[in-house]
Design a protein around this ligand. Sequence first.
Ligand code: MOS
Length: 742
Amino acid sequence: MTNNTKNPPIDRIDGRMKVTGGAKYFADFELPNTSYCVIVGSEIAKGAITSLDTKKAQGAPGVLGVFTHQNMPPIPGWDAPVGGEADGPAPKPKTEETYRILSSPKILFDGQPIAIVVADTYERAIYAASLVKATYTKQAARTDLQKHVSEGVAPRGADGGNYLRGTADGYKTAPVTLEANYTIPVEVHNPMELHGILAHWTGDKQLLIYAKTQGVNATQNAMAQAFKIDPKNIHVHTEFMGGGFGMGLRTWPQETAVVAIARKIGRPLKLVMNRSQMFTLVGHRPTTVQTINMGADQDGKLIGIAHAATAETARYEDFTEATVNMTKFMYACPNVSTRYRIVRLDRSVPIWMRGPGEATGAFALESAMDEMAHKLNLDPIEFRLRNYSETDPERNRPYSSKNLKEAYQRGADAIGWKERKNQPGSTRDGDWLIGYGMSTGVFSAFRWEASARALLKADGSLTIQSAVTDIGPGTGTALTMIAHNVLGVPMNRIKIEYGDTSLPKAPTQGGSAIVSAVGSAVFDACTGIKNELMELALKAGAPLAGRQADELTLADGVLSVSTDSGKKVSVSDLMQANKLTVIDKTKDSKGSPEQEKYSMYSFSVHFVQVRVNPLTGVVRVSKAVSVADSGRIVSPKTAASQMIGGVAGGIGMALTEEAVIDHRFGRFVNNNLADYHVAVHADVPAIETIMIDKPDPIINPMGAKGMGEIALIGFAGAVANAVFNATGQRVRDLPITPDKLL
Ligand code: MOS
């Protein structure tokens, strides 16, 4: 592949399967004799079960078992208390409470499983679950971060995001200063596909799993550890996933419980959680309170930034995320300090969600940048350009690539930024106030270790294999494009097999890292095939003997000499002459130590135009332009779709998404998709996406950096900034609901 060539936009290779029902999601799989289970959740947020009446449920039609803390089969690898221990071998610091599913009468959060009811049909399991009755002793639960924010502590075993460059209070010496608090509520992933698992023991040590996981190898390892069996004897399949957004980045305790119960009852067992359980049992974006102090001089040069964040976590696990990280390097500012704290509440544990950490942090930092630009009477883009970091000020090293200035310019042109008046409230269209806002987004560009296998057959067809799961972005399409670019095999002759532990190991899909990680392995495996073909063609007596490898091109199944059009040999002739039916290469690929000399990030810029009705407080996003600077775009069409999806999520984060807790009960009051408002079609305008599409020379042979997370990161800030520009009202508390503007 040459980095200088832009890739064409191609349709998703799995698009037809997805829209015709051909794609099978975990719950679509049925095994002979499958049984079904339903989780009964606690009705209190803190305390203990005093009595649990399961008799009626036991006697209900079709019931195969009711499992509670009194009769839960043991999970042998859970000798250590369960926090994230089921996730993998990394030791977790000891916590004040332990949460081991169905192991004790103690209740640590609302909705905590108190029973799992198993029946021969799903409907019978639901009915029997309704018959389980519990009584409790209740204790006062602390679930309100706002009330307890002063109790923030450093996470165990982490540095708390503490960072200092220059002096911590450098901002105080500046002629223009700003202090502002920003909050975000609980947001939940809630992809369309519900969470769950289908588990089947085919022997005492043989386990088959259909899961909703972002990493089949991660689930395999978690179960191997929990059940003390060899991972080789565990087969996990997740080819299709109806959205993840981070909720499938770990193995949840209820999944492990289902596997344990399946073994006990000796039948395949399926769990599909209900929508309300999606709010409490598979993580969420944590409520976070942030304070930004900022100082600048009259010329618009930043003098200091202090960024402090406090987020909720559970009592039984210290969840942390990179909320303050962006502030450390985003702008060339001599004095920067950051701090991250957690407050342990009587709540279930959070997990990474769409642009984890940075999405929260960028809302604060990029709102504050807009506020400061206003104080300085500067255009917000101009203010950012005056503080542009050409090299990474946190680590004192170059960026592997950064085309953010071009991104600012192209986005500004596309949205019509020149229409924006710096004076808020100065543009009207009838009853509506018009405003423009922008924000920067950034996320680490990773390259994790991954492996892939490529098999070229003599008939010219190619098969690519990797265990990686596609949670929705179109991973298969991107990997196919990479293989096509290396080997010149037509796209429709390439078959991709993924999402299964029988295939070469791959990392969990997350962190915008898969094209970079697995794509590199595919690139290497295909390059291995290409090199072998060239050796065969060039060796003594072969059709292209005497030529040099760098003279050859490979396209459409033919190796030819670029300087001599008559000299060529087809791949199939070459393979037949060498009695090869297949060329089969597996490659393991990872980044090089050379990359340590660079800071690798993907950048984005989001621009929005909003219309605000001052009488009703309604905010409409009327235009959105999002620009990605994420290296070479491998698959432009799926990349644009991913960007559009991120923006739709960003509109939800900005305007509607909030899981509301009734703190009297520690319980969500809107734990359904009717009352928890994700952006729908009517909320989302046509979204323009712009790809800078310049290869990163450092990260991998494709020059491709990740682009999943940056589609969302920063977007909410752009909306808040546009609302300010429209109205002069600064909303620092997401979501920007009408009441906050009246
Ligand atoms: Mo993403 S939050 O890494 O699934």
